[in-house]
Design a protein. Structure first.
Length: 176
């Protein structure tokens, strides 16, 4: 017992000496190792994130256009009047507007929806899409939109196809 108590007293005396206490933390070499490993992992993951970002931006822009087409079709059937979805000046990537003829004044049109500019997106499509009161698309050709997004070296494309019955569809490959 006496030896054990002397060891405990000896340890207490060592810790009580000023200048001998060890501070917790990391050494510079440990920090540099962790930072370099993190840098290597980030460099290998960056290209896959670029592809993911482009894919999600293309999905988002195509979905926005899809929703606008569905709303235009719905407004045409609800109001029993033709509804038009048209690009703003400069093209579809600068936004679009949905409008219908005012039922009280046929010389006046009502703007029902206004979509802002879509940044970093190239969007091409027809001059406009006119939905008849039946919900069908006016004309004999099906409107097709191409949404293209480039992020880094990756380019993602989505197609928004509208059949003559008026139903839009978002696809990751070209429209039939």
């Amino acid at each position: 017992m006496k030896i054990k108590s002397e060891l405990i007293n000896c340890n207490l005396r060592r810790e009580a000496r000023p200048g001998r206490a060890r501070l917790g933390g990391f050494t510079v070499i440990e920090m540099l190792t962790v930072v370099s490993i993190f840098g290597i992992l980030a460099a290998t993951a960056a290209p896959s994130f670029s592809s993911l970002i482009a894919s999600k931006r293309a999905d988002s822009a195509a979905t926005d256009l899809y929703v606008a087409l569905v709303e235009s079709r719905s407004e045409a059937t609800k109001r029993n009047a033709s509804a038009t979805l048209a690009p703003k000046s400069g093209g579809w990537q600068y936004g679009w507007q949905m409008s219908v003829v005012d039922p009280n004044d046929s010389a006046n049109t009502l703007t029902l929806g206004d979509h802002p500019t879509t940044s970093n997106v190239t969007l091409t499509g027809p001059d406009n899409v006119v939905y008849q009161s039946s919900g069908r698309v006016q004309g004999n050709t099906s409107p097709v939109f191409l949404v293209s997004v480039t992020s880094g070296s990756n380019t993602e494309q989505r197609w928004v196809c509208v059949d003559l019955s008026g139903r839009p569809l978002v696809r990751s490959s070209a429209c039939p």
